[in-house]
Design a protein. Structure first.
Length: 143
């Protein structure tokens, strides 16, 4: 089965796949419907992200890539309607982008570029106050 994913710098040496960060998980979104993937890409662009390209890839290949890279993946089915807060987070593009666009080839995992920067404080927490505030604003925007 083919799914649609968002790639940045497709076909270059600096190609990267779009992920979202929820808690300590990095999640690759796999869209069942190309139109849904295109709409999500447009939402990213509207938030000043670099322009992603929507690419059709084999679902098994994406899942294998995620397993090897330590990422999770989520299928966004055709006619997806969010029912939970988690579902809403999946379809709400992040408000910030990673500033580092190049991957450190010495690291096992690539730096994904669509993630907010980690909090600067040493306080242990699943989510920073700014991440929770950003999530609250996105959820209120859905109402």
């Amino acid at each position: 089965m083919h799914v649609f994913v968002l790639l940045f710098n497709a076909g270059t040496d600096n190609e990267g796949i779009h992920t979202i960060e929820i808690g300590d998980r990095n999640i690759v979104l796999m869209f069942e419907d190309e139109d849904d993937a295109l709409r999500y890409a447009m939402l990213l662009e509207a938030q000043d992200f670099p322009e992603p390209s929507v690419e059709s890839l084999d679902r098994a290949e994406i899942e294998e890539f995620c397993d090897e890279s330590g990422y999770d993946c989520e299928l966004i089915p055709l006619n997806f309607r969010p029912e939970t807060d988690y579902d809403r987070l999946l379809i709400s593009p992040p408000e910030s982008n990673r500033e580092n666009f190049d991957w450190d080839k010495s690291e096992k995992r690539p730096q994904d570029r669509s993630q907010p920067r980690p909090p600067d404080d040493d306080e242990p927490s699943d989510m920073s106050v700014s991440e929770l505030e950003a999530m609250r604003r996105r959820l209120e925007g859905l109402l």
